[in-house]
Design a protein around this ligand. Structure first.
Ligand code: MG
Length: 274
């Protein structure tokens, strides 16, 4: 089993960025040797901070599937990657950020709608919009394959213009995102494919809270949606086989994962008896 998870609003509390409420589930995954793979719109630097807090040594996915980082020596099998960097073999489905920034500018010009990219925001504006401290806000600006932005006007008109130009639009817990060909689902497909070289029968579980998680949730065998702040589920995220978690953010992650593995074990032990 592989567990893919979003960070903001899923494993991390929307406001405090704490994962404390998910600790029992995190310990269970560790005990069972189940890789927890972070799949987020956050940057490599931000993810590395949480990986060290979590004691996580597994591959991870940054910037909505823009970059897939695999620790060197993690897999025995050979696979294709784009570059080696700082102890990782990196697969880069993402579009360079400069290109995305140019497209964002032309979308703003052509629609007459004001868009504010994270690169046009000061550090204090980012801190204000996200609730991050200064160091974390700085890590959030170090982007390679995405440009989170705010829309001051008709969101649908902006989305249509981006699609018309051949780019994708998605929405996370706080920001809108402009993307090239990449999304969180494509990253799940690529990474699961590499795991399957070594463990062909591997199954996948995914946890998210927002529309940018939907491609990931569609790709996994067991999709789970956690509640947003205030207790509601995002109306833009529905799949037939989806488990709706009993709890917001990390509390939802915790209860959904614990319940899943209790049921999963009952099921597999029954199958083994038969
Ligand atoms: Mg989220």
């Amino acid at each position: 089993m592989l567990v893919f998870t979003d960070l903001d609003g899923t494993l991390l509390d929307h406001d405090t960025y704490s994962f404390d409420a998910a600790l029992p589930a995190l310990r269970l995954l560790e005990k069972k040797n189940i890789p927890l793979i972070i799949n987020t719109s956050k940057t490599r630097g931000e993810i590395e901070m949480y990986r060290s807090l979590l004691g996580n040594r597994h591959p991870f996915v940054s910037e909505n599937g823009g970059g897939i980082f695999i620790p060197e020596g993690y897999f025995r099998s050979k696979f294709r990657y784009d570059r080696a960097s700082g102890g990782y073999l990196v697969i880069e489905p993402g579009t360079p950020r400069e290109e995305l920034r140019d497209v964002l500018k032309s979308v703003a010009d052509e629609t007459g709608i004001r868009l504010k990219g994270i690169s046009d925001m000061s550090l204090s504006e980012i801190m204000e919009a996200t609730g991050l401290d200064e160091d974390s806000a700085r890590l959030a600006t170090e982007r390679s394959y995405s440009e989170p932005f705010l829309i001051y006007g008709d969101e649908e008109k902006v989305r249509r213009k981006m699609v018309e130009k051949g780019y994708n639009h998605t929405r996370g817990s706080r920001f809108h995102h402009i993307l090239g060909e990449n999304d969180k689902g494509k990253a799940v497909r690529i990474l699961s494919g590499i795991y399957r070289l070594e463990s062909p029968s591997i199954e996948t579980l995914g946890v998210g809270d927002s529309p940018n998680d939907l491609p990931m949730l569609m790709e996994v065998d067991f999709p789970m949606l956690v509640r947003k702040r205030g207790g509601t589920f995002d109306s833009g995220c529905r799949l037939e086989n989806m488990t709706l978690a009993d709890g917001e953010g990390p509390a939802g992650f915790n209860s959904a994962i614990l319940k899943f593995f209790i049921r999963y074990e009952e099921k597999t032990s029954t199958e083994n008896r038969i």
